[in-house]
Design a protein around this ligand. Structure first.
Ligand code: MG
Length: 249
């Protein structure tokens, strides 16, 4: 009986420790940082966050740029040349980073790199972006540290095909149930808190199919607690230290 109790406790603690914190656009809401900056990646790593997310676009001349919006200072990234962007600065004074700079920075850190490929207007350009991203990650020998996420259905399929077998690829768009995604063999769903509150059954459904569940962008105490209680595997947040506190045993 004692042994059984011990085993149950062990199982419970393993299950509880499996919930991980991902910094949304890096850990930016802190001194000296900015969204999607090199600094935000270093900061995420410095607090021991499991992962740090950032967004990637490709310019018309094939440079992979890290930025959330499709525009930066009024310039549309996917139709711009890199020379139009390369001297522009983020809010913390850093230059707008390329994916190459971000990966180089991440190379010496421990946090996992959650690469969001943005849906591009031109499908051919998006496919090229996927090819270049995967190639760069390989060249930098970061294949074991990178996971991909995207709102683009085709982009998800492209990344799945291009990345080495077993590389986690997650879908962000929220309209497909885990069973609808199962045959694509994606790692799981990475949906908004709004979508997940409407479909809480998708958490168990995903787990039963061997998939993981990531939820974004979980900032309020109420949403954090909801995700923790429902057994969400990865919680993406702008407030990583507050979430870490809640996950502490
Ligand atoms: Mg993102």
């Amino acid at each position: 009986m004692k042994r059984l109790m011990l085993m149950l406790l062990l199982v419970a603690s393993v299950a509880a420790s499996a919930q991980e914190v991902i910094c949304h656009r890096g850990y930016w809401d802190t001194e000296g940082s900015a969204q999607n900056s090199l600094r935000s990646l270093v900061k995420a790593d410095s607090i021991g966050a499991w992962g740090s997310e950032f967004d990637v676009w490709m310019t018309a001349d094939g440079v992979l740029v890290v930025n959330h919006d499709e525009t930066f200072e009024g310039i549309t990234i996917e139709t711009a040349k890199w020379k139009q962007l390369k001297n522009l600065r983020l809010k913390n004074g850093e230059k707008l980073p390329t994916l190459e700079q971000m990966l180089k920075c991440g190379k010496s850190l421990k946090t996992r790199l959650i690469v969001e490929m943005k849906p591009h207007t031109d499908r051919a350009q998006e496919l090229e972006a996927a090819r270049k991203i995967v190639k760069m990650v390989k060249k930098m020998r970061l294949e074991d540290r990178v996971e991909y996420i995207t709102f683009s259905y085709q982009g998800m399929k492209n990344l799945k095909e291009l990345a080495p077998e077993g590389t986690p690829v997650y879908y962000l768009n929220g309209e497909l149930s885990p069973s609808q995604l199962a045959e694509l063999k994606v790692a799981g769903i990475d949906y908004s808190i709004k979508v997940m509150r409407e479909h809480p059954q998708w958490i168990d459904e995903a787990h039963a199919l061997g998939m993981k569940v990531n939820v974004w962008t979980v900032n309020s105490d109420r949403d954090m607690e909801w995700c923790i209680n429902y057994g969400v595997d990865f919680i993406t947040t702008n407030a990583p230290e507050r979430l870490q506190q809640k996950l502490m045993p």
